[in-house]
Design a protein around this ligand. Structure first.
Ligand code: SF4
Length: 247
């Protein structure tokens, strides 16, 4: 997956949520201690779904569904202690489940000594098994998590499981920090976004899920928001106020 700013990292707050009865322009506001979450209700109630392997055209400068790279073309940015965790988990992978096992053994899984990004090999993240790999296409870490019957959130770098959720932090003079949670947009990819041929959250192809994002990405959203805020936004999503129709 692509590098994303570290401000999108998971937040855990022990302070009980204080509900602010304010929502404007489709934004639900929930205060939680020193953080005020501004949540894009339209995205959370949309039926966006990841269509990797089912029509995803990737993030290159040309549509490339056949490559099966999804948003893994530029490797993953690692924050906090993720480099150590990623290296440790890579040690559990074998040649049957990890296409670039030998390359990892000889050259490591990081792009350089800073260990701030996963290595790109053959045009995509070293952990991305390609479509023809007998051990299974897709993220080798994700696949290993499934085999271990563990959450992929515990195996993959945070930037990988957070997409397409984007969090932008904005510190106020009052000391309150606003966290804007919304769908990833082309502009969030920086200069790379200008040349991207396709951006899944801005195209109709990916709005084909059978559930709303608040449900399909429940695990990811709870990890990002913390349980208290997640439960509150879930409650609002199910309320008359948000849907605008009786239950
Ligand atoms: S999140 Fe979007 S770009 Fe990434 S694999 Fe899924 S559909 Fe493709």
């Amino acid at each position: 997956m692509t590098p994303r700013p570290s401000e999108s990292s998971t937040q855990h707050l022990a302070v009980p949520a204080e509900v602010t009865p304010l929502h404007e322009a489709g934004i639900e506001v929930i205060a939680d201690g020193g953080i005020e979450w501004h949540l894009d209700a339209s995205f959370l109630q949309s039926n966006w779904t990841c269509i990797w392997g089912r029509g995803c055209k990737g993030i290159l400068d040309h549509p490339a569904e056949d490559l099966g790279q999804g948003c893994c073309s530029v490797g993953a940015e690692l924050v906090d202690d993720e480099a150590a965790t990623t290296a440790m988990l890579a040690g559990y992978l074998d040649a049957e489940s990890f296409q670039f096992y030998e390359a990892a053994r000889s050259g490591g899984v990081f792009s350089d000594d800073t260990k701030s990004n996963t290595r790109v090999i053959d045009g995509a993240c070293i952990f991305l098994n390609r479509p023809d790999f007998p051990g299974g296409a897709g993220c080798a870490l994700h696949l290993a998590a499934e085999v271990a019957e563990e959450s992929a959130l515990d195996w993959k770098p945070s930037v990988c499981w957070q997409l397409p959720v984007r969090v932008q932090w904005e510190m106020q003079e009052t000391g309150v920090e606003i966290a804007h949670l919304r769908a990833w947009q082309r502009g969030d990819w920086g200069d790379d976004g200008d040349s991207m041929a396709w951006c899944c959250t801005e195209e109709p192809e990916a709005y084909v899920g059978d559930r709303q994002v608040i449900e399909s990405l429940a695990e990811e959203l709870e990890e990002i928001l913390g349980t208290t805020v997640f439960v509150e936004i879930q409650r609002r999503m199910n309320s008359v106020e948000v849907h605008g129709e009786p239950l």
